[in-house]
Design a protein around this ligand. Structure first.
Ligand code: ADP
Ligand code: MG
Length: 287
């Protein structure tokens, strides 16, 4: 499903003394099947953008297109269920939203809320729990007896069980250990590849943005400051530091290496694997 933002503006507490402009003039296009990372300093408007994707927030100016549906400012939008079913959001710390007695009930809640039969929902719960790498025995347990990492996976399974076309992830690995982070990111990566899901990821990790995203949207002070492929954007470190961001560690390492070497490498390396290969090549070895 294509997603388009046209000049979107949103203010919290609009019309009150506490009014706060969160995003303005936000325009971008995410083609179906693309994996986009939204990066930017804290407070730059990333979460506000995401909440428009399944119309938890509605623009105060401009409009959004999600598939064939248009959500415009100043209109009373009805029948949002279909958009909400098709755009699954994994919020920051999604485990805080678990509430049922068993994991199975928790995962079934979303699909059943959207009219899926209990039998079908249970089938989806089994599939989803498998997808997130947990044993089906977890389904009978209380979500509150699980570890933090397991709870996170259960919450993600709940979103997957809705079988969304678009997966929206707001810092889905925040607070997990490095292994848990890697596993969750690999899960989204394979979901995207196998099911041609459109993925929109908010992350603080330039490493994840470099490794997984097809394209980056850089937010700064409520506006889209830049868009481009990771290679295009990480090519230019100064323009990122001006926005309070930096390049991935591998790219920093490459710059240091080039400085010691006194010559640039032929390619910008976005992952440690690429850099290792490039250095091996430089030493005349087979990669
Ligand atoms: P990010 O996700 O990039 O950290 P947010 O979208 O959360 O940014 O916030 C954008 C701006 O909107 C910030 O200035 C933030 O303080 C403000 N903001 C976010 N949520 C609220 C809210 N519920 N009420 C008032 N202001 C908010
Ligand atoms: Mg946020």
């Amino acid at each position: 499903m294509d997603i388009k933002f046209h000049g979107v503006e949103y203010r919290y507490a609009a019309g009150t003394p506490f009014e706060r402009l969160a995003i303005t003039d936000v325009t971008f296009h995410i083609p179906s099947g693309e994996y986009v990372a939204v990066i930017g300093h804290t407070g730059s408007g990333k979460s506000t953008v995401l909440q428009h994707l399944n119309v938890l927030l509605q623009p105060l100016r401009g409009k959004i297109e999600v598939g064939s549906r248009t959500i415009a400012a100043g209109r009373k939008e009805k029948k949002l269920k279909d958009v909400r079913r098709r755009v699954g959001i994994v919020f920051q710390f999604p485990e805080h939203q678990l509430f049922e007695e068993t994991v199975e009930k928790d995962i079934c809640f979303g699909p059943m809320n959207f009219g899926v039969s209990e039998e079908e929902a249970k089938k989806r719960a089994r599939e989803a729990i498998h997808l997130v790498g947990l044993p089906s025995s977890v389904l009978e347990r209380s979500p509150f007896d699980l570890s933090g990492g397991q709870m996170r996976r259960v919450a993600i399974a709940g979103v997957l069980a809705m079988e969304p076309d678009v997966l929206v992830l707001d810092e889905p690995t925040a607070g997990l250990d490095p292994r848990g982070r890697r596993e969750i990111m690999e899960l989204f990566h394979s979901l995207k590849k196998e099911n041609s899901l459109t993925c929109v990821l908010v992350t603080h990790s330039m490493e994840d943005a470099a490794r997984y995203a097809d394209r980056l949207i850089v937010m700064h002070k409520g506006r889209v400051a830049k868009t481009g492929t990771p290679r295009e954007l990480f090519q230019n470190r100064d323009s990122l530091t001006a926005l309070g961001l930096d390049v991935p560690e591998t790219v920093r390492l490459q710059y240091m290496f080039e400085e010691k070497l006194g010559q640039p490498l032929p390619h910008l390396c976005l992952t440690p694997e690429e850099l290792a290969q490039e250095i091996a090549r430089l030493r005349g070895e087979r990669p």
